[in-house]
Design a protein around this ligand. Structure first.
Ligand code: NAP
Length: 310
């Protein structure tokens, strides 16, 4: 029987692993299909304290993983196939199915993250991280003084555009409809910003590039059918995120989008099951906030285990 199983190996899961392993709980981390989480898709992280010169996302993950290992964290590759609860006398136990194996645990920290939605066109993958990005806060500062395009019409697209307008020389939002989904206050800020323009009723057909760098996008007006090319050094996709909460939805509460619900101490409605990072946080979605909630979940798991022991 495992004391703590941590599901997910991004910044939230690895921070939870560092804390629980330092508490001598010998955690088992199940790495998942996207080992390292969204940081693995990020070029340079410049907003995480203690790295004034910046640090690459994969390097951060490697270091956190080494730190967790140093204190006795064990890692297991594989995806979650099932998650179930066994009600026992006094406390529950949890069974996690990983590629045919059943792992039993007294407590579980779910840190499976969220995945940015993609457009589903071949060229966005070809230029992914070479001009196609999914986080303006992370990668926007790489495009100081350049022209950039943002895809989407929600609060994220507006927020990302506002952020990018501080560094880029121009921001063009391409939205598939004739009005924003974003809240009025966010939309109004975009309309008032001289550096941002909006192209309505248009979808991106192709990301264009040369020498492995993005040079622009070809867009198509969905009303007139006309196509046009926009010059740009980067394309930021802001068409939403999908929380990776699928294996847990039958037992835990989720909001209307699928983000797992927890209280301010990261506790779900199942005793001994905690959440951390982007599978729960639909607002901030930063490495630092993932680390913060990973720490909280770990401390709460430790307290919970103390409680059932005594
Ligand atoms: P969202 O509200 O779901 O908006 C996604 C946008 O992307 C929509 O405009 C949608 O178009 C468009 N889109 C979706 N799939 C697309 C596709 N395949 N091709 C082209 N366009 C596509 O997602 P979000 O903006 O990430 O926001 C998520 C939640 O977080 C919202 O509740 C939002 O209010 C909240 N949020 C709040 C803040 C803030 O208050 N500061 C900041 C960020 C996010 P349609 O409009 O046609 O559907």
């Amino acid at each position: 029987m495992e004391k703590v199983v941590i599901i997910g190996s991004g910044m939230a899961g690895l921070t939870a692993a560092i804390y629980t392993s330092r508490a001598n709980l010998s955690p088992l981390v199940i790495s998942g299909k996207d080992e390292g989480g969204q940081l693995m898709l990020t070029t340079i992280v410049e907003n995480y304290p203690c790295f004034p010169e910046g640090i690459s996302g994969p390097e951060m993950v490697t270091r956190a993983r080494e730190q967790a290992k140093k204190f006795g964290t064990r890692f297991r590759d594989g995806n979650i196939e099932s998650f179930s609860v066994k009600a026992g006398s006094g406390h529950n136990t949890y069974e996690i199915g990983v590629e045919g194996e059943k792992i039993e645990a007294l407590s579980v920290i779910i840190a499976t993250g969220a995945s940015a939605k993609m457009l589903g066109i071949e060229s966005e993958l070809k230029y992914f991280n070479r001009g196609v990005h999914t986080c303006a806060t992370c990668d926007g500062p790489l495009y100081g003084g350049k022209d950039v395009v943002v895809i989407g019409g929600g609060d994220s697209a507006c927020e990302e555009s506002m952020f990018l307008s501080k560094v880029a020389s121009s921001v063009t939002i391409v939205h598939r409809r004739g009005e924003f989904r974003a809240s009025k206050i966010m939309a109004d800020r975009v309309f008032a910003n001289q550096k941002i323009r909006v192209i309505w009723n248009s979808g991106v057909e192709e990301v264009l590039g040369e020498n492995r760098r993005v040079t622009g996008v070809r867009i198509k007006d969905v009303v007139t059918g006309k196509t046009a090319e926009l010059k740009a050094s980067a394309v930021f996709l802001a068409i939403g995120h999908v929380p990776n909460s699928q294996p847990f939805r039958h037992l835990l509460d989720v909001d209307e989008v699928g983000y797992l619900k927890a209280d301010s101490r990261m506790r779900t409605k199942l005793p001994g099951v905690f959440v951390a990072g982007d599978v729960y946080d639909r607002v901030y979605r930063q490495a630092i906030t993932a680390a913060g909630t990973g720490c909280q979940a770990a401390i709460e798991a430790e307290r919970y285990l103390d409680g059932i022991e005594h």
